[in-house]
Design a binder for this molecule. Structure first.
Ligand code: ARG
Length: 517
């Protein structure tokens, strides 16, 4: 159904709302068409950047004052206007954007400007947009929102990494079957398994540490693309807004979107890491494995099959990485081939970027609940670690090490022994070396008196001493190193967080002082 509108296409000048609709339209003879307005609008998504845009305007007014464009009194009036804009947006937040606003504004920037003008008059408020553009403003806003999301993601990641280390230490003697090709492969410990995820997730966080210095640079002051006649103190703006510096070239500042790609790729990698962990838990909570179990409060059921306990949140985490890959494609494809400069094509990129940030953060939060909350069925882990010939490699290595047999030969003999036990429906620990000519003598030379006594999983685990392997001693060493790595990362991220908070507090107190004068 066509939306109702007071707009008269034949006589556009007559129709439409008058609430500052014409703020930017001096060049155009008519008001905007409502359908076109709706189509080109980012107002709905702009609620996410409103707070940042207000801060940007506050700081810009400071620069204008320093450059002698605004008097102290005028700046004060503008700050009061910005305060009013904040209150109005706050009031309308629940049903954003209200129809009367959506009719008149295509994004948050003219809305804020119009509140300032309404509050301080055109003579004062009309000066606010000198030496800036929506292009450098929106690029700055997006960086500020992304920055605070990334800081949150880092906090969540640090917490997940700490959970993994604590659990790895605790479960370093919990024998567990490691898998290759989805088949039981070798004995490991649940703790050692968790450290594999620790490694991947730690790299994910370190990747954000690499990106952060490039993220935390200020585009503001670039103008539409090629700067302004007015020389504003961009470095001061950077400091006030918690940035580490500025993006120097003004055209680069407004027309580049490679940062979105970097952030998107980092989050894609993170959600792929999470999705692989989720895939493990899904598999291992299902029969016949049942090595782990979701606490009831994290599980869902079936409407039809009364016996079901389904791992829905894990499946959602598993699926999110595909969703993010789809959104990432949008981030990568849009700027490719676009000529240099700002393009409206960019507008939807922030929607994809914010969705990626939101989806990955929620996956991370869910895994932060599930990883420490997961119920471990240790007896079942031990049981599966003594089945399916999981210890075959330990046996072959022992023959090679102790009886001086070439590994290739040991591999062949143990392979034959496994074949014989499986033919008889037995486990390796029940095998008889006499089934394979010459094997009993090699067992004797290797000090293996009784296969069942030799194949005790915990004992085998303790002997798997290779560097980075699952022996409890190695796990303890890796946990210790992991803790140092996390400690360093935590310090780094806390410093970043504090810097942003400090600049925010400084700006707030400055504004309060000026506005109360
Ligand atoms: N809403 C726009 C965006 O998100 C803001 C910048 C608009 N700039 C312009 N030249 N139309 O990208």
């Amino acid at each position: 159904m066509k939306p109702k509108s007071s707009f008269d296409r034949k006589n556009p000048k007559k129709a439409g709302t008058r609430f500052n609709r014409d703020l930017y339209r001096g060049r155009l003879a008519t008001g905007p068409d409502p359908e076109i307005t709706r189509f080109i609008s980012s107002l709905k998504e702009d609620l996410r950047i409103a707070e940042a845009d207000l801060a940007v305007n506050q700081v810009h007014s400071l620069l204008l004052q320093k450059a002698g464009i605004l008097s102290a009194r005028e700046r004060r009036q503008i700050l009061i206007g910005l305060g009013r804009a904040r209150r109005e947006i706050e009031r309308m937040k629940e049903s954003w954007p209200p129809p009367e606003i959506a009719k008149s504004f295509v994004d948050i920037h003219p809305l804020i400007e119009s509140y300032v003008i309404k509050s301080s008059g055109l003579k004062v408020g009309g000066k606010l947009h000198l030496a800036k553009s929506r292009n450098d403003q929106v690029a700055t806003d997006i960086r500020m929102v992304t920055r605070s999301e990334v800081l949150e993601i880092a906090r969540e990641l640090l917490s997940l990494l700490s959970h993994l280390l604590a659990l790895a230490e605790k479960e370093k003697e919990t024998v567990f079957p490691a898998f290759t090709h989805t088949q039981p492969a070798q004995i490991t410990s649940y703790g050692h398994y968790l450290l594999a995820h620790f490694g991947a997730l730690c790299r994910d966080l370190e990747r954000f540490s690499d990106v952060y210095p490039r993220l935390n640079l200020l585009p503001l002051g670039a103008g539409a693309t090629a700067g302004s006649r007015i020389r504003l103190d961009r470095n001061l703006a950077a400091r006030c807004l918690g940035f580490d510096g500025i993006i120097d070239n003004s055209t680069d500042a407004v027309s580049s979107r490679d940062l979105f790609l970097e952030i998107g790729a980092g989050l894609l990698s993170l959600t792929v890491s999470l999705s692989r962990m989720a895939a493990d838990f899904i598999l291992w909570s299902a029969p016949p494995s049942r090595m782990v179990e979701l606490p009831d409060e994290y599980a869902d059921t079936s409407s039809a099959m009364p016996q079901k306990k389904n791992p829905d949140p894990l499946e959602m985490v598993r699926g999110k990485s595909q969703l993010i890959l789809g959104l990432f494609t949008h981030l990568a494809a849009t700027p490719a081939g676009l000529p240099t400069g700002y393009h409206k094509d960019f507008q939807d990129l922030k929607v994809s970027l914010f969705q990626i940030l939101e989806e990955s953060r929620s996956s991370l939060r869910v895994m932060n609940l599930i990883v420490p909350g997961l119920i471990l069925h240790r007896e079942r882990m031990a049981e599966l670690s003594s089945q399916s010939g999981v210890a075959a490699l330990d046996l072959a290595e022992t023959l090679a090490q102790k009886a001086g047999l070439p590994f290739r030969e040991a591999h062949r003999l143990v392979g034959s022994l496994v074949r014989e036990t499986q033919k008889r429906g037995l486990e390796l620990s029940q095998a008889n070396p006499d089934w394979i000519p010459g094997l009993a003598a090699l067992f004797a030379r290797s000090g293996i008196k009784n296969l069942a006594e030799f194949l005790v999983p915990l004992q085998l685990l303790r002997n798997r001493k290779s560097l980075g392997g699952p022996s409890p001693a190695e796990v303890t060493r890796m946990v210790r190193q992991g803790k140092l790595r996390v400690h360093k990362l935590r310090k780094e991220w806390e410093t970043r967080q504090r810097k942003v908070q400090r600049s925010r507090r400084l700006l707030d107190s400055q504004i309060r002082n000026i506005a109360s004068r």
